[in-house]
Write a protein that binds this ligand. Structure first.
Ligand SMILES: Nc1ncnc2c1ncn2[C@@H]1O[C@H](COP(=O)(O)OP(=O)(O)OP(=O)(O)O)[C@@H](O)[C@H]1O
Ligand SMILES: [Mg+2]
Length: 261
């Protein structure tokens, strides 16, 4: 149970209150030509909860995130974000909803020609035009402090480590104060120590901001630390969903094999 001091909302409390999950993916199908990638995916994420999405390379994890953030359209099924079905909306219609979502791309995807500060300022410049230049600069400094990168404003993406690039990507994803945070492989390509530092940062951000988070990862250790719930994708479907212990208890051969990695 949440204490009186706690600001967290437990998933059971949300269900009891009858409120919709922040993200609700229902029976999503997606093919590229004859290649069926997603074949009836169902997932929900509540506020304050982190769902880890696992699966082999090429199972459609990044495709799923791109559908949720509206960068691509499903062939069928519904994707409800804060109660609104986005599956049929155009990019223009998506505008307001997109601002609720922060997205860290699989390869950090920073703008190479922009400094660290300008990368983080980018969403503010384009989606929060009411901010003055000094307010924007303050917000950027605050965000970089939050991800442990204060003092690095003027550096270029090519001059910082992979771990720092992920932090810049995270700061940029957080710039518009999203209710939903989508992270695609936040620890991929990092050494174990940097990976654990990113895990700690994600946990801290989640504790402070109580977002609905989805983290795609290959890193089982990371998934165990940062998530409340895990979903393992296989052959276009959610093969199993539950706590890490639920997955460990599973008799499904593929789950056992996957956890051995
Ligand atoms: N725009 C596209 N056009 C055609 N095929 C695509 C497109 N995007 C993704 N695919 C295919 O969909 C499948 C799933 O891709 P996706 O990138 O989601 O895999 P993934 O689970 O994220 O893999 P990884 O763990 O390697 O990142 C792959 O076979 C990929 O080639
Ligand atoms: Mg991927």
């Amino acid at each position: 149970m949440a204490t009186a001091q706690s600001t967290s909302i437990l998933p059971e409390e949300l269900e009891e209150s009858g409120r919709e999950p922040v993200v609700a993916v229902q029976d999503i199908h997606k093919s590229f030509g004859a290649h069926k990638v997603l074949n009836g995916i169902n997932l929900t994420v509540n506020r304050g909860e982190t769902l880890a999405v696992l699966g082999r390379s090429g199972t459609g994890k990044s495709v799923l995130l791109r559908l949720i953030v509206g960068l691509d359209k499903p062939d069928s099924g519904s994707i409800r974000i804060c109660g609104e079905d986005i599956a049929g909306l155009t990019i223009d219609q998506l505008g307001g909803i997109r601002k609720k979502m922060g997205f860290l791309f699989q390869h950090a995807a920073l703008y190479d020609s922009l400094s660290v500060a300008d990368n983080v300022a980018f969403p503010l410049l384009h989606h929060n035009k009411a901010l003055s230049k000094s307010e924007r600069a303050d917000r950027v400094s605050q965000l970089l402090l939050e991800v442990g990168l204060d003092g690095n404003l003027d550096r270029m993406p090519s001059d910082i480590s992979g771990g720092m690039q992920k932090r810049v990507g995270l700061a940029r994803a957080l710039a518009l104060k999203p209710e939903i945070l989508l992270l695609d492989e936040p620890t991929a390509g990092l050494d174990p120590i940097s990976s654990r530092e990113i895990d700690e940062l994600i946990l801290k951000l989640q504790k402070e901001r109580q977002m609905a988070s989805i983290v795609v990862t290959h890193d089982l250790f990371s998934a165990k630390i940062i998530s409340n719930r895990l979903a393992l994708l296989d052959q276009g479907n959610v093969l199993i969903e539950g706590s890490f212990e639920d997955l460990e208890r599973s008799d499904i051969a593929f789950v056992k094999e996957f956890l051995k990695q």
